[in-house]
Design a protein around this ligand. Sequence first.
Ligand code: DAT
Ligand code: MG
Length: 161
Amino acid sequence: METCLNPAWTGINERTFLAIKPDGYQRRLVGEIIRRFERKGFRLVAMKMMQASEGLLKEHYIALQNRPFYDRLVKYMSSGPVIAMVWQGLHVVKTARVMLGETNPADSSPGTIRGDFCVDVSRNVIHGSDSKESAQREISLWFQPDELVCWQDSAESWVYE
Ligand code: DAT
Ligand code: MG
């Protein structure tokens, strides 16, 4: 039975939206970043490489529209390829944020993605949803429902009791 069809997206079906930003892509960090989430035990349920439009990114970052860096942020995010992904698992929203580190790489601990791979807040290599509500909004903004793949996870009983 495919559990990823559960519309509640709770428990082990919780989902988050992650995107490797154009700097992460240019700096060849795609494999390294995906590897971290795979090894953690999370399940990849959607992924695409794309160059996002300014329109999509303005909507994605709508909550920041009054910030002075908003226009530069949208330009940077639309300037090259991104890897848009949906990951699933228990507490994935919160845990992914921990794995990302703080918004400013200078505040991010070693061992986190931003702590290990970047120095400038405006080039912080990866996006991750900050709440379950944001995750639902961002997943439906970036993906069509049929782009989410339901697959039988043979490792599930080794990741969860
Ligand atoms: P996060 O990406 O950690 O969720 P956010 O949602 O507050 O952070 O901001 C979105 C992105 O905007 C962030 O990843 C990088 C950029 N940003 C945030 N604060 C900034 C600042 N003070 N100067 C320049 N860019 C900033
Ligand atoms: Mg954010």
